[in-house]
Design a protein around this ligand. Structure first.
Ligand code: S3P
Length: 179
């Protein structure tokens, strides 16, 4: 039985915001992998990229994902991942074993709007928060997200609550999911 929900998708897709509301509505726990990485490193994601580089960040991401995977037996957790979680297949293999993976898709224009609106720093987009950078990176990653996902939801025109409703509905239709 798969008793957790994992949210994947590009930066700004709403994984954290949606994950928190979803967890509350299911009365489940919410965890964010990026926060666990920051706790472990003792510094922010921005500082990890600045001081140690992306490869060091990806190593931490793999370690933390493994720990979460080991701790999630029938745990009823909503897990929000960083946008690059799909780049290492080992993360997806681990998460998939005990969780349904939901891809929160959005267009590059919507992503840009959300990123500019949330005031969060994102090292990979630091050079230029341009729609072109986002578009190129999103196009590269899209097949990774699609391959990893059990369920895909296009969030471009949906409010947070509407996305949460859709997820709950889709999960209820999913026989192998134990809620
Ligand atoms: C990243 C996304 C970020 C964070 C890091 C790398 C990525 O998380 O993990 O900056 O490679 O897409 P969010 O998707 O929550 O912004």
């Amino acid at each position: 039985m798969k008793s957790n929900i994992v949210l994947i998708g590009f930066m700004g897709a709403g994984k954290t915001a949606i994950g928190k509301v979803l967890a509350k509505s299911l009365n489940w726990n919410f965890i964010e992998l990026d926060s666990l990485i920051e706790q472990r490193a003792g510094k922010s994601i921005t500082k990890i990229f600045e001081h140690d580089g992306e490869i060091a960040f990806r190593k931490l991401e793999i370690e933390v994902t493994e720990e979460v995977y080991l701790s999630t037996d029938r745990a009823n957790m909503v897990i929000a991942c960083g946008g690059g979680i799909v780049l290492n297949q080992i993360n997806i293999d681990r998460l998939k074993e005990k969780s349904r993976i939901i891809y929160l898709a959005a267009s590059s224009a919507v992503i840009l709007k959300r990123i500019l609106g949330d005031g969060q720093k994102r090292p990979l987009l630091a050079i230029a928060n341009s729609v072109l950078t986002i578009h190129e990176l999103l196009n590269y990653r899209k097949p990774f997200y699609e391959r990893a996902a059990d369920i895909e939801i296009n969030t471009s025109r949906l409010s947070i609550n509407a996305v949460v409703k859709q997820i709950v509905k889709r999960m209820k239709q999913d026989e192998s999911f134990n809620s």
